[in-house]
Structure formats: structure tokens, C-alpha cells
Design a protein around this ligand. Structure first.
Ligand SMILES: [Fe+2]
Length: 249
């Protein structure tokens, strides 16, 4: 069975619809989402409505923050968080539709295990919050502890930087891998990158395909200018969030 793994959409409907279009031509049985459907971007409601149809969606730190409190959020993320909360409670919409939004958020799981594959937003140690970034590969203590918690393969998002962390302490970027990683025993952690706010210098949306053995990293062009414009038109969102999409950092 071939699945598509998406993550970190961040209320970017332009990126999400382009990625779904791309997925529709990839002979995929299911789509799974590793969280952060909302936050930063201007279309949280539309993105939730779409992701509700995924096989499962995990809780990201932005979902957690909108339901509880984003104590570790910086000023810009907090502004976006407050605006997102207002959107999800907006009296402009049917009350039952608002309940549906909150029920979706309230029902998100933190982790999912399927066979020997583990799915989580951040890391197995701190599911919604801990980042995995390429320099971590030099942190043997962190990596060893994390690998001890992984059955075989683990898929994460959160840092928005795609790549593979191997148990021989190597970080392999999708470019270095030629876009494909074949898992042949041992343990590995795979970051699928971000659909709606890439931060690896490539502004195209990122996601991955997985057939139980092979991970294929995919990048998808989308209308970045339209997405940036959408953010700028939403006065409550910090303009730097639009700039970020254009630059891909
Ligand atoms: Fe994120």
C-alpha cells in the first residue's frame, strides 16, 4: 500500500490544494497528516475541512496551542494563533460548523503506530514540541534516546526541513538521496518537510510517498505569490509570514 504523508500545512490553502492535486496522480491509497494544519496562514477552516478526510491526522504544536495555550510561541506566532482562534469561533459561520472544527482538533492523537512504523509531529520524546534538525545528528545522546523509542521507521514534521536521520548518525537531505530513501533494516527517522511553509530554502511545497519500504520526497510548485497576498490581505497576520513563503525559509 502506498500512502502520502503530509505535514505542516499551516493554513496555506494554495499549497495544500496543489499538493493534493499532485497526490491524485501518484496512485496513493491514503493520505496521513502529521499535524500543524493551522497556524501562521490565512485559511485554517478550509484546511481543516480538507484534512478531516485524511486517514488520520496527528496533533501539532499549533493545534495544541489553539486549544490550550502557546506559552512557548514567539510574538508573531502568537498573533497568528489568536487570529486563528477567532476564526474557528467566528459567529459568521454556523455554530455546528464551528463545533466540527473544535471536535476535529480535540480528537487528534499525538502519535500513531502502524506495524513497525511510528508517526509523530515533533519527536518520539516530546510528541508535539521537540524539533529534529540536521545538526541533531551530532547530538549522540539525543539521537540514541530517540532511536531507542522507534520500532523501525519514524515519520515526523515540525522543523519543516525534509530529510532522513539514520542510526549510523547521518543526516541525508532529499537532494543527497536523489529524492528516494530505501529503508533496509536498522532504524531511521524521516522528516517529510512542510506543505505550507518550507524552511529549507526551496519554496515549493514538500511531502513524501511511502510504500512500506521506499520513501519518495516530493516537491510541488504552487502559487506562492497568491498565498503571500492572502496573508498580507489578512491584516491581523504579521506580513513577515508572507515574506517567509516567498523566500522559503
Ligand atoms: Fe509547523
Amino acid at each position: 500500500m502506498r500512502i502520502a504523508i503530509i505535514s505542516d500545512i499551516h493554513a496555506n490553502i494554495e499549497a495544500l490544494t496543489s499538493v493534493l492535486d499532485h497526490i491524485s496522480s501518484q496512485k496513493v491509497q491514503d493520505i496521513v497528516c502529521l499535524g500543524d494544519v493551522i497556524g501562521y496562514g490565512p485559511n485554517p477552516r478550509d484546511c481543516i475541512k480538507i484534512v478531516k478526510n485524511a486517514r488520520f491526522c496527528l496533533m501539532g504544536n499549533h493545534e495544541e496551542a489553539v486549544m490550550f495555550y502557546g506559552e512557548d510561541f514567539n510574538e508573531k506566532a502568537r498573533q497568528a494563533l489568536e487570529w486563528t482562534k477567532e476564526q474557528l469561533n467566528s459567529p459568521q459561520f454556523d455554530r455546528s460548523e464551528n463545533y466540527e472544527m473544535w471536535n476535529f482538533l480535540g480528537g487528534l492523537e499525538e502519535t500513531r503506530t502502524e506495524g513497525d512504523v511510528y508517526f509523530v509531529h515533533g519527536s518520539p520524546r516530546v510528541p508535539t514540541k521537540e524539533y529534529m534538525v540536521p545538526t541533531d545528528i551530532r547530538n549522540r545522546e539525543k539521537m540514541t534516546e530517540i532511536f531507542s523509542m522507534i520500532p523501525s521507521l519514524c515519520f515526523v514534521g515540525h522543523s519543516h526541513i525534509p530529510g532522513v536521520y539514520t542510526d549510523s548518525f547521518q543526516f541525508l537531505s532529499p537532494d543527497r538521496l536523489g529524492g528516494t530513501y530505501t529503508h533496509q533494516g536498522g532504524k531511521a527517522l524521516v522528516n517529510v518537510g512542510s506543505v505550507g511553509q518550507p524552511r529549507d530554502g526551496d519554496r515549493r511545497a514538500s511531502y513524501a510517498l511511502f510504500n512500506g519500504e521506499v520513501v519518495e520526497f516530493r516537491r510541488v510548485e504552487y502559487d506562492v505569490e497568491a498565498a503571500a497576498k492572502d496573508i498580507l490581505a489578512t491584516r491581523a497576520l504579521p506580513p513577515v509570514l508572507a515574506q517567509r513563503l516567498i523566500e522559503g525559509w
